[in-house]
Write a protein that binds this ligand. Structure first.
Ligand code: GNR
Ligand code: NI
Length: 170
């Protein structure tokens, strides 16, 4: 397996739409496992855009085990139902380092996807798991959690990240 490099804003790949996977073949499953290992370095979710791959693949694991036994490996995830009830959670993103802000999203969702064996699956998620899956599907559409904030809050975060990243580049 391998730890992949995570892109951060303002990388334009984070703003592109990822393409559907035709079939979860061996190569796709390998990418899923590498993304899972990369995610375990410090996140509860990861989308392929974040590692520079424009394919509709995400990994999610909100469990404490972090050994893959409870992980979701999803290709072409699609929300087929969402609740009217909302849920607010302080979100962060590996591609927007050291920044957190409250985002309001549907509390419950039902998602269909292909697993690592190319089998069609459905899962119902609520609260943190629901937040995480919605955050990852946003990535596949070129959307970041900061896009759900007011322009003022978004600009503050973008400016802060630009500053700290330019310092690190020196
Ligand atoms: O690790 C992560 N934590 C997190 C916290 C609240 C809402 C969403 C997330 S996902 C994030 C990892 C990440 O950037 N995934 O795209
Ligand atoms: Ni993210």
């Amino acid at each position: 397996m391998a730890i992949l490099k995570i892109l951060t804003i303002p990388d334009p790949i984070l703003r592109q739409k990822a393409e559907p996977v035709a079939k979860v073949d061996a190569e796709t499953a390998q990418l899923m496992r590498n993304m899972l290992e990369t995610m375990y370095v410090g996140g509860i979710g990861l989308a392929a855009n974040q590692v520079g791959v424009l394919k509709r693949i995400v990994t999610v694991d909100i469990s404490d085990e972090r050994d893959g036994s409870k992980a979701l490996l999803m290709a072409n995830p699609e929300i087929i139902w969402s609740s009217d009830e909302k849920f607010t959670y302080k979100e962060g993103c590996l591609s927007v380092p050291d920044s957190f802000a409250d985002v309001v999203r549907p509390k419950k969702i039902r998602v269909k996807y292909l697993n690592e064996k190319n089998e069609p699956k459905e899962v119902e998620a609520e609260d943190l798991l629901s937040v995480c899956i919605q955050h990852e599907i946003d990535h596949l559409n070129g959307i970041l959690f900061i896009d759900h904030l007011s322009r003022l809050k978004r600009n503050m975060i973008v400016k802060k990240v630009e500053k700290t990243c330019s310092r690190q580049d020196q």
